[in-house]
Design a binder for this molecule. Structure first.
Ligand SMILES: Cc1ncc(COP(=O)(O)O)c(C=O)c1O
Length: 372
């Protein structure tokens, strides 16, 4: 087997794969001197709303601020509890915390998503929001979440940072609840060249509040009508995102194709638990932000892959939210604890060739030949 190098993510390729097109977009913005709250941002917001089927899309500084602004716009009593998955980035919990709310992490199911069965026992008289993370480019069972919310009169919101384009029963991630949020961090499904994020909502009042709060409380006439902050999406980033959104369907198709290749070449290895293959579950359209899988022999397998030039990663540096000591959110979440002894991610990005995928799979098969 010839040794090659397959990084977990290839940051230079984000630009190099389309240098001419992206240079044109950036140069056009720079020549116009169009930096803040300009037409490229408005056009991207419209395109994003159309793509997802949301009424409003508001570009903001990043995915963390998107959640913070969305939660603040709900105007909840301080200390209200927000149920989140523990299998999420610390940002989900932090957004609740900085909105004056209390994050309550719950367990995940076998598909790595928030487990609806663990949501209901976590509800208290202070619970106001259920905010699942649509992790890895998959949308949670939003029927089950919606039914619990309805029973207990709770608001649903989504951390869809990793799930632009993902669907549950044909409906886009980010559009199920009061609001949904995205991150445009470079390594995300739709990445820009820095930080970026967006809030989606169908609720005019929430949209209005997020718009005011993200630009110092200033309305369209330039009058300051409320408290606010600066959490705008740069116009330059918006222009890049709009350009990249035009070929986003192909990007998703390629990710799903890579996932199919992994499934075909690794599906018979009994020590591995792969994510559901594209098309294998009629309710889910997964877009594979990540290819997160489980392996009984995870650590030795990762070492073998590393020795053969292949980058892998355990999400959140191996720390689900309830295990981050500094936050004090520890709870008994056995499924998540078990998952984090087994889970890791293979490379999943658009600079990955079919030969790279074959090399990764051959290297994994080689490991199991030696270690079975
Ligand atoms: C699930 C999830 N939520 C929130 C965020 C935060 O997004 P950002 O880095 O744009 O603030 C991320 C980004 O890593 C994420 O993966």
């Amino acid at each position: 087997m010839a040794q090659r190098s397959v990084p977990f993510f290839n940051y230079p390729a984000l630009f190099m794969q389309d240098e001419t097109g992206l240079t044109d977009v950036v140069m056009d913005v720079l020549r116009r001197g169009a930096y803040i709250l300009q037409k490229d941002l408005a056009e991207f917001e419209t395109a994003l709303a159309t793509f997802t089927g949301a009424k409003h899309a508001i570009g903001v500084a990043d995915g963390t601020n998107a959640m913070l602004l969305g939660l603040r716009a709900l105007d909840l009593p301080p200390g209200s509890e927000v149920i989140i998955a523990s299998h999420t980035y610390v940002a989900t919990a932090a957004a609740a915390h900085f909105a004056g709310l209390t994050p309550v992490p719950v367990d995940c199911g076998s598909d790595h998503m928030i487990d609806p069965a663990s949501v209901e026992p976590a509800i208290t008289p202070r619970t106001r929001v259920i905010m699942p993370t649509q992790v890895n480019g998959r949308t949670s069972d939003m029927d089950a979440i919606g039914a619990i919310a309805k029973r207990h009169n709770l608001i649903v919101a989504e951390d869809a940072a990793q799930a632009l384009g993902s669907k549950f029963k044909g409906k886009c991630a980010g559009t199920f609840g009061a609001f949904g949020t995205f991150s445009f961090y470079p390594a995300k499904l739709l990445g820009c060249f820095g930080d970026g994020g967006a809030v989606l909502t169908n609720d005019d009042a929430i949209a209005e509040k997020v718009r005011l709060h993200h630009d110092h409380g200033r309305n369209d006439d330039g009058i300051f009508v409320s408290w606010g902050t600066n959490s705008r999406l740069d116009n330059l980033q918006a222009a890049v995102l709009h350009y990249r959104l035009k070929s986003f369907d192909e990007a998703i198709a390629r990710r799903r194709q890579i996932a199919s290749h992994y499934q075909e070449q690794l599906g018979d290895i009994s020590d591995l638990m792969l994510p559901p293959a594209p098309g294998s579950e009629p309710d889910h359209f997964d877009v594979f932000q990540n290819y997160e899988m489980e392996a009984g022999k995870r650590d030795a397998l990762r070492d073998h892959l590393k020795a053969n030039g292949i980058g892998t990663l355990v999400q959140w540096s191996g720390q689900p939210v309830h295990r981050i000591k500094a936050l004090g959110l520890d709870r008994h979440l056995p499924n998540t604890d078990r998952l984090f002894q087994r889970c890791f991610m293979l490379p999943m990005h658009l600079a990955l060739s079919d030969d790279d995928v074959a090399y990764i799979c051959d290297t994994i098969r080689d490991f199991y030949r030696r270690n079975n």
